[in-house]
Design a protein around this ligand. Structure first.
Ligand code: P6P
Length: 325
């Protein structure tokens, strides 16, 4: 069997992205390959369990949150094309002392509450243009998601995969035993229709009415207004739920709920909502805050949260119609 195309060869054949951007993507991909080994070592390396403090999100940090954040931060600071970075695990941005090039935001280990029970987790990343002629400030990261020049994620599951979008389309690479990322999914596309929804049902009593109505319709199955039965999945790793949707369709929802009414949702815009939205849109899906496109949102804070309803276009449209009233 001929060897599948490597990430390096795939990037070399891409005549739309600059060599500097390809370099940043390679830096992230190489780091994710190393993170995969650390994640896979689990209890053997003593990397499981709590780190003993909470992060800027007021969430208990896992040891692997800290380890993976440091791995990505160090690798990006060493990349000449990176002017600054922002992480779910860091209170504010880190400037590299360089100007121009790119800004990178990332969630180093998404779904880390699953890591101690051996359920898939991942790394999510977003690449934005950096300001010219000045060291980036926090305000320079507050760009709408449509400004992204690259976005992707690694999923550390039964296979370790890297899913990536640069200027168009969505491609998937699988980490080979020789450490090479091999092109296994050349043109990822999300089916427009689905019979599978993903939401944390334990929050049902806290949802706004439109979400409750939509989910009730799914639960009534073929006896209800939808006229078909639905399946439900909730991995509690956004990367795993979104990956499933990229592979076979579906709708993922983390909407606003009344538990913390002052917050728009749980997920963060800059390093979860925006990169996943670019990927989903480029794969023919739709990604909204329940009403409008997430990629059009003008960020106002580095760690701001956003409601997320994304996936199969026709299903997301139904939720948007209900939400607009
Ligand atoms: P809940 C993981 O902590 C995360 O940020 C996403 O990856 C995931 O979709 C969501 O939170 C799970 O949240 O409230 O169901 O545990």
């Amino acid at each position: 069997m001929t060897k599948l195309t490597t990430l390096a060869d795939h990037l070399a054949a891409d005549d739309t992205a600059s060599s500097a951007l390809k370099g940043v993507v390679s830096t992230i991909a190489d780091t994710c390959a190393r993170i995969s080994k650390v994640v896979a070592s689990g209890a053997i390396s003593g990397s499981l369990g709590a780190a003993g403090h909470v992060n800027v999100q007021d969430e208990e940090q896992k040891k692997l949150d800290v380890i993976t954040n440091d791995m990505l931060s160090q690798a990006l600071k060493a990349d000449a094309a990176v002017a600054g970075l922002a992480s779910e695990e860091l209170e504010t941005i880190e400037a590299t002392g360089r100007t121009g090039g790119f800004l990178v935001t990332f969630d180093p280990l998404d779904g880390s509450s699953n890591i101690d029970v051996n359920v898939s987790v991942g790394t999510i990343f977003s690449v934005l243009p950096a300001p010219e002629g000045k060291s980036p400030a926090e305000a320079d990261f507050l760009q709408p998601g449509r400004n992204q020049v690259a976005a992707g994620y690694a999923i550390y599951g039964p296979q370790t995969m890297l899913v990536l979008t640069l200027s168009k389309g969505v491609v998937g690479f699988t980490l080979d035993a020789d450490g090479q990322w091999r092109l296994t999914h050349a043109d990822i596309a999300i089916p427009a229709d689905t019979a599978e929804f993903a939401i944390n049902m334990s929050n049902q009593r806290h949802w706004a009415e439109p979400i409750r109505r939509y989910v009730d319709g799914c639960l009534q199955g073929k006896d209800g207004p939808r006229g078909k039965n639905f399946n439900m999945r909730w991995v509690a790793s956004m990367v795993a739920d979104v990956h499933r949707i990229l592979m076979r369709g579906g709708i993922f929802m983390y909407p606003w709920d009344a538990r913390e009414p002052e917050k728009p949702g749980k997920l963060r815009l800059l390093y979860e909502g925006n990169p996943m939205s670019l990927i989903v849109e480029r794969a023919g899906g739709v990604s909204t805050d329940a009403k409008g496109a997430i990629l059009d949102i003008q960020p106002t804070k580095l760690h701001q949260r956003v409601p997320v309803v994304l996936g199969s276009a026709n299903e997301v449209a139904l939720v948007a119609d209900l939400s607009r009233g």
